[in-house]
Design a protein around this ligand. Structure first.
Ligand code: ADP
Length: 808
């Protein structure tokens, strides 16, 4: 043995603790890294700049330990193998991990652990020189692959430092292996005429598993299962191509030993193939009149959406095909988008399945993993079909606006293929690897905003906006739908609980702040749970109560309706116990159950000093009021912006300041030292609370002007006015979007007047009558008009204008 370039390993090595087998010098193995300690090691030693080739790790076999992520370092095996990391592959699925390809170089012994965190590093002593090893990598690889029961043995071999000792230890293993092979051969011969399928499976099991009496039964069962599977494949109505693949795979399966990981993979695959609804569908029934009734019964208000859905269904009925745009319902959470989707399925008599796309950033989530992956599985579309068991369900693609993108491919592109009627009859999931016809599936999408839907997808869809609800609509929805549903879910009856409309309104205004009704629904859930406890307690007591207890009226006494008390309360024969009287949810009960109100009106308090104005913002969650605040201090004319709106807001702020500076004289605006040069020796700080989306930045223009005008004039902005509008340098007010949602937000907040751009006047038609009645609107075409409306008595000091054009 020559000693060419003996490898000298570093005297300090980072230690990789692995429990996936023992790496012997000269062999190569893949190991999965997912513990915090090992991840840290890979990141800082292998991925940070240093070249892979020069990186040597100390690989220490570590007994599989369920708490491998525990903080403390487990007791370390003293001998390990220095290894070269040849390849690092990272993946986020199903959880963040790396797969390392490592080649063993030589063994080492730990002299001393130098540090434990974030990953262990040890001073080591090299135990052998690389050239000492004869070229028997193959044997070692085989040894390395020995199943778990040989794990301990393999570690001992690693520990056997002298060559002689090592041989001694390996020989029994080899003998054992040879015996196994002989046995296998013998059984094969013996059973040659038997059913071939069983041959490949049984003998191997006999060898790999230490014999146990029960195993034969298992095998028979497995065998029966395979026969069943084969029969299912034969009788399945899958297309020819799929059938061919299945036949091929089952042949392979029959030859495969059960202990092979691939056995389970192939079997799962085949089971999925026979289970998929290749040809199974429900029969559509569509009666537009019945559909209208159903939609109306299930949903209050949302007329525009219901109308459009009915049109869509009618066209489908007449044309009898599904080609055409995909409907996409866009609106804040909790406005009933999913619920309408479910109703569409119900009217058609189809199965319904929701596919949540929020946060999906890997295209294999849609299109599946190739079967070569361990743990591979089909994508969500194929999974959905398996779940519903028919090939023509309604699939609700939820939150298409929240699709992500990553290195693992663009899921939007995969989705596009799914939705394209030209392509989707031939949709090929990577896992299935044969085409599945999706053309009968009815897709409906939902989103909170169109801004983040990938353009190519947007192009395929017909957008239907679903705005938020007014308070009155919410009260109606609550009493017609939410409360009855919640009562039913909690096993309560109207005889046990009463929620008056004023209470509902209280919940809407003081416990929730949302465009939809989702939190409202949850609050009812909380109330029902609390009442259910009271009722159950009462029933419990009823069983063992003596009458004196009843007089105390424990449990829900304080919420009992006075007039609901039975006259015969003292009559021991028909004593009405608390559960038989409705529990009234009044404000006190509400406070008990939900805690103190979360949103009290704070508007007037916040507007009690100059430099604050209320703007209206649009967010994907609906409209919102936002307080824009400004302050000034000594400085050099700097503008500081805080809050989250970024560059767009900065532009609006600069426009606003420039306009005010050029009009300072006209409005008598001065800085702290009385100069009309507003920025002279002055810094300005503007703050926008979080909430609105960046895109909505410009619509705060008028609010910034008003807020700064208040700051420099020292006058208070009216506390019941909210405003929205984009501005130009010359002081014109330009139209903005989302008027309906914004106006609803102002109404929710109890404001009285809303200033909008004149060119948005037409949008007021969409606003429900009762909201319009409660509010007065000022439509402004220039900033003078805005300021006049925002300050009591107008803003222009000298020439006080006449009455404002308060419309509607
Ligand atoms: P989204 O999908 O828009 O987030 P959901 O469809 O999940 O909202 O609605 C939340 C809850 O509110 C559901 O229980 C739904 O039935 C109910 N809901 C929403 N809008 C209405 C409505 N107009 N009429 C009746 N119930 C409604």
């Amino acid at each position: 043995m020559s000693s060419v370039n003996p490898i000298q390993i570093p005297s300090r090595l980072p230690l990789l603790l692995t429990h996936e087998g023992v790496l012997l010098p000269g062999s190569t193995m893949r190991t999965s890294v997912d513990s915090a300690r090992n991840l840290q090691l890979v990141r800082s030693r292998l991925l940070k700049g240093t070249s892979l080739q020069s990186t040597i790790l100390g690989v220490i076999p570590n007994t599989p330990d369920p708490a491998s992520d525990a903080q403390d370092l487990p007791p370390l095996h003293r001998i390990g193998t220095a290894a070269l990391a040849v390849q690092v592959v990272g993946s986020n699925w199903p959880k963040p991990h790396y797969t390392l390809l490592i080649t063993g170089l030589c063994r080492f012994q730990i002299v001393q652990v130098l540090k434990e965190k974030p990953y262990p590093v040890a001073e080591v002593e090299q135990l052998d020189r690389l050239e000492e090893f004869p070229n028997t990598c193959k044997t070692r690889e085989e040894l390395g692959e020995l199943s778990e029961q040989f794990y301990k043995y393999a570690v001992q071999i690693l520990d056997a430092v002298s060559l002689e000792e090592r041989f001694k230890m390996t020989i029994p293993l080899l003998v054992r292996q040879i015996e196994g092979l002989k046995l296998l051969q013998k059984t094969r011969k013996h059973k040659q005429d038997d059913d071939k399928r069983v041959i490949a499976i049984r003998p191997i099991r006999r060898i790999t598993h230490i014999p146990g009496a029960l195993e034969d039964e298992d095998e028979d069962e497995d065998h029966d299962d395979i026969v069943m599977l084969e029969k299912k494949i034969r009788t399945s109505s899958m297309p020819e191509q799929a059938h061919k693949v299945c036949v091929k795979e089952i042949k392979r399966l029959k030859k495969m030993p059960q202990s092979m990981p691939e056995y389970a993979l192939t079997r799962n695959y085949l089971e999925l193939m026979v289970e998929l609804p290749w040809n199974k569908s429900t029969t559509d029934r569509l009666d537009i009149r019945a559909a209208r009734i159903l939609l109306d019964n299930d949903h209050y208000a949302m007329e525009k959406l219901k109308k459009r859905v009915l049109e869509y269904l009618a066209v489908r009925q007449l044309k009898n095909n599904l080609k055409g745009p995909i409907l996409c319902f866009v609106g804040p959470p909790g406005v009933g988008k999913t619920s309408v989707g479910r109703s569409v399925a119900k009217t058609l008599g189809r199965e319904f399945h929701r596919i949540a796309l929020g946060g999906v950033c890997d295209q294999s989530d849609i299109r599946g993993h190739r079967r070569t992956y361990v743990g591979s599985m089909p994508g969500r579309i194929i999974n959905g079909l398996k779940t519903v068991g028919v090939n023509n369900p309604v699939f609700l693609l939820d939150e298409v606006d929240k699709l992500g993108k990553s290195l693992q491919g663009d899921p939007a592109a995969a989705l596009l293929e799914v939705l394209d009627p030209e392509q989707n009859h031939n949709f090929t999931d990577h896992y299935l690897n044969v085409a599945f016809d999706l053309s009968q599936v009815l897709f409906i999408a939902t989103a909170n905003t169109t801004a983040t839907i990938p353009p190519a997808l947007l192009d395929r869809m017909e957008i239907i906006q679903v705005p938020g609800y007014t308070q009155e609509e919410k009260v109606e929805i609550a009493h017609r739908h939410l409360i009855p549903k919640q009562l039913e879910q909690h096993g309560l009856t109207p005889q046990q609980i009463q929620i008056p409309q004023v209470t509902t309104l209280d919940i809407i205004t003081r416990y929730t702040r949302e465009a939809g009704v989702r939190s409202l629904d949850r609050k009812f859930g909380a109330i029902c749970r609390a009442v259910a406890v009271k009722v159950a307690e009462g029933q419990h007591k009823e069983a063992k109560l003596d009458h004196s207890d009843v007089a105390e009226g424990e449990g829900c006494k304080e919420h009992i309706l006075e007039d609901a008390k039975p006259e015969s309360i003292n009559d021991t024969t028909d004593l009405a116990l608390p559960p038989e009287m409705p529990i009234l949810i009044d404000f006190h009960a509400l406070k008990d159950i939900l805690g103190p109100p979360m949103y009290e009106m704070e508007v007037s308090e916040r507007l009690s000093q100059p430099g604050v104005a209320i703007g209206l913002a649009w967010t994907p969650l609906g409209g919102e009021i936002m307080f824009v605040e400004a302050s000034r201090m000594d400085g050099e004319g700097q503008l500081t912006l805080t809050g989250q709106l970024g560059d767009v807001m900065k532009e609006s702020a600069h426009l606003a300041i420039s306009w005010l500076r050029s009009n300072a004289k006209k409005y008598h605006l001065t800085n702290a030292s009385g100069s009309f040069d507003l920025l002279d020796n002055t810094d300005i700080h503007l703050h926008f609370p979080a909430g609105a989306v960046t895109k909505d930045g410009p619509s705060a223009g008028v609010t910034i002007v008003t807020c700064l005008a208040s700051l420099f004039s020292g006058r208070l902005v009216r506390s019941d006015v909210a405003m929205t509008g984009e501005i130009t340098l010359r002081g014109l007010v330009l139209p903005v979007g989302g008027i309906k949602d914004k106006v609803l937000a102002a109404h929710r907040a109890g404001l009285k007047q809303v200033i909008i751009p004149q060119r948005n006047e037409k949008d007021l038609e969409e606003i429900p009558g009762n909201v319009r009645q409660d509010l007065s609107f000022v439509t402004a075409s220039c900033l003078d008009e805005v300021l006049n409306a925002a300050f009591d008595g107008g803003f222009i000091v000298k020439t006080r204008p006449g009455l404002l054009n308060s419309k509607l």
